[in-house]
Design a protein around this ligand. Structure first.
Ligand code: ADP
Length: 641
């Protein structure tokens, strides 16, 4: 019995020793495999719209959770952040590709996570070079047919898709980027339309009255424009007889400003359609549940207070309105992202489809009725800019407000089938680029009336209510082509007041992207300009606001003086913004060939088209253009078989 007991004891001791030994091996193994010190760590980095904060929870061997706080663009940057967080977490890797079209957001989230993982003791180089476990897409060619095929999922293409569907068509829309939105979703989003209800609160100044009288009497030879002048004269006489004091506006005034603002190069028929349909198209967007603020303002280079402001930041309101409609009608409207159109399928002289390349192979799309080309401009294609630019010094080194997909593909595709293009040299620059990125983010202006521009010496140098090309050319002549936008409390009544990009002034100041001071002298010291020049610039502007003296630069658009602290300054540089040239279209948005003959089955809308804006597009006219002509193109493609 004793022997049995001692054997049991020995066995159990042995077992427990083995267990201990196993435990030891496990501990050793897990310590050997450990790549993080378990815990929760925080990291931050700059995204596209300010700081991205990542909180990362790790065990010894895996990333268990990542929570993120950010203000990246809805529908674009936020999707990139989501996508990257998922891949980092699932693969415990930093070898994750940048999401195309959302570079800054992608780099920002990766940098924030990296900063957190550094604190967790991770070997960052190893995580960055870890082999990808992402599955290769299945190689499969796709062939499909719909009534209407739309190329490009920005504002014009989505408007066309919705409108084609409203007119009874089934639709397939192809978008080469991983997400919809194009330049539209990152635009300032001002939308011009004469709108008596929203303009009711604005009082007309004497200088604005002089602007109207100048337009009525301007010398022109074009018969259509003479007709507009006659109409404006009658409208103006009726306005004066009515004793009204509100700001005058009408589609006729909008037409004349668009035409003269583009150096009389715009097609009068297309300008007429744009201005006459601008307000009805706002109402169409409202029927799609898009919300606009109940006031209008003057956008940079917009020349008149008729710019509508969406309730949601940037262009997200437009894209959401369209995508909500599409989601509700998903059985009849298909969206194919990461699908790049490459050429048209032409049969008996008519466009009948599109050849594209998709995630996993060739995509061939046939259109029963028509194809709408809505691929946007070529602002992000440096070679094309160089090829066509005649009006500016070289634009090779100039940054752009555009998304990376704005490469002019549609223009090249259309030219391959003999489409006519016009105005390709007309490339628009803004004086409003972020010095680091060229984007419009961080811009502290809130409309034209209440801000001035000063150069590095602290001096004003241009009428800040002028055309965009005039302001940008003047900026290019200043030291380092660099300027400061100066505003005061009238633009930012509180620190949490946001700009067009939903960035609060307090956040911009704390990120060092804007400067704030209680006096102009202090502001001048912060931004390194001569304080007496800055004070004199503001003083002469204030005199002009009060009507005590004429503005030295002939400025006509004023509201408040710059006299109430805090004062703010934000730096800006020239940036490529919009390409006015593109394919020639008719009033039905049909594409015309080099012989002036309509190319059957092909329609186009938006920045890919040319001929509407002439040499200079008015600020606020792009959103009106892409909506009005996107809607027309969709309708034409659905109905004109
Ligand atoms: P618009 O204001 O005229 O709508 P956007 O720039 O907003 O112009 O939208 C154009 C869209 O077309 C972008 O989303 C862009 O990625 C897309 N696009 C450009 N080229 C192609 C192509 N070859 N195939 C599919 N989509 C394209």
């Amino acid at each position: 019995m004793k022997k049995v007991l001692s054997i049991i004891l020995v066995i159990s001791m042995l077992l427990s020793m083995t267990a201990c030994a196993n435990q030891g091996t496990e501990d050793q193994t897990s310590a050997e495999n450990a790549i993080f010190t378990p815990g929760t760590y925080e990291g931050e980095a700059e995204g596209f719209h300010g700081v991205i904060k990542a909180t990362v929870k790790v065990s010894e061997t895996a990333i268990e959770d990542i929570t993120v706080v950010h203000t990246e663009t809805a529908g674009l940057g936020d999707k990139a952040v989501e996508n990257i967080v998922l891949q980092v977490k699932e693969g415990t890797t930093l070898n994750v590709p940048i999401v195309s079209g959302a570079t800054y957001s992608s780099e920002g989230i990766l940098a924030a996570i990296t900063a957190a993982l550094e604190k967790a003791g991770a070997d960052i180089a190893a995580l960055k070079s870890k082999e990808s476990t992402a599955e290769e897409p299945v190689q499969e060619d796709i062939e499909k047919t719909a009534d209407v095929v739309v190329i490009g999922g920005g504002g014009a293409g989505l408007a066309a898709a919705v409108s084609a569907h409203q007119n009874g068509a089934s639709v397939i829309l192809v978008e080469k980027m991983p997400q919809l939105g194009g330049n539209t979703i990152i635009s300032g989003s001002a939308y011009n339309a004469a709108d008596p209800d929203r303009q009711d609160e604005l009082v007309m100044t004497d200088l604005e009255k002089q602007t109207i009288e100048g337009l009525i009497t301007k010398e022109v030879s074009d018969e259509a424009v003479k007709g507009w002048q006659e109409t404006l004269k009658a409208e103006w006489e009726a306005y004066k007889a009515s004793g009204k004091t509100q700001l005058f506006d009408s589609p006729t005034l909008h037409k004349l400003q668009t035409y003269f603002g583009g150096d009389m190069q715009g097609d009068t028929e297309l300008i007429s359609i744009l201005a006459d349909n601008a307000l009805p198209a706002v109402e169409w967007l409202e029927e799609l549940d898009m919300e606009f603020k109940d006031y209008v303002f003057t956008v940079l280079g917009g020349l008149w207070s008729r710019a509508h402001k969406p309730a949601k930041p940037l262009g997200t309101g437009y894209i959401e309105a369209y995508t909500n409609y599409i989601a509700e009608n998903s059985s009849e409207i298909e969206i194919m992202t990461e699908t790049k159109a490459e050429s048209f399928i032409v049969k008996d002289g008519a466009v009948v489809g599109v050849n594209a390349s998709g995630k996993g192979g060739a995509v061939t799309l046939y259109a029963n009725n028509g194809v709408v080309l809505a691929t946007g401009g070529f602002g992000a294609n440096v070679e094309m800019r160089e090829q066509y630019n005649t009006l500016w010094p070289s634009l090779r080194e100039v940054k752009t407000t555009n998304h990376t997909g704005a490469t002019g593909d549609g223009i090249i595709m259309a030219e391959e089938i003999n489409a006519s293009v016009t105005g390709m040299e007309n490339i628009q620059l803004l004086p409003m680029g972020d010095p680091q990125t060229g984007s419009l983010s961080g811009n502290i202006e809130q409309g034209v009336q209440n801000r001035i521009f000063v150069n590095k010496e602290g001096n004003r140098f241009v009428d800040e209510g002028a055309r965009r090309d005039v302001m940008t050319k003047a900026l290019m002549e200043q030291t380092d082509a660099y300027m400061w936008v100066i505003v005061d409390k009238h633009s930012y009544p509180t620190g949490d007041t946001v700009n067009n990009f939903n960035e609060s002034i307090d956040d911009l100041v704390s990120a060092g992207r804007a400067f704030k001071a209680d006096t102009l002298e202090e502001l001048a010291a912060q931004i390194g300009v001569d304080p007496s020049n800055l004070s004199a610039s503001v003083e002469s502007f204030n005199q002009a606001v009060e009507g005590k003296s004429a503005d030295p630069f002939g400025r006509t658009l004023f509201a408040e003086k710059i006299d109430t602290p805090p004062y703010y300054a934000g730096a800006r540089v020239p940036t490529v913004h919009h390409t006015m040239g593109g394919v020639v279209i008719t009033e039905n948005a049909q594409v015309v060939d080099v012989n002036g003959v309509i190319i059957k089955g092909l329609y186009a809308a938006g920045e890919v088209t040319g001929g509407i804006h002439g040499s200079n597009r008015l600020g606020g006219n792009a959103l009106a253009d892409i909506t009005v002509f996107g809607k027309i193109a969709g309708e034409s493609a659905a109905l004109m078989k």
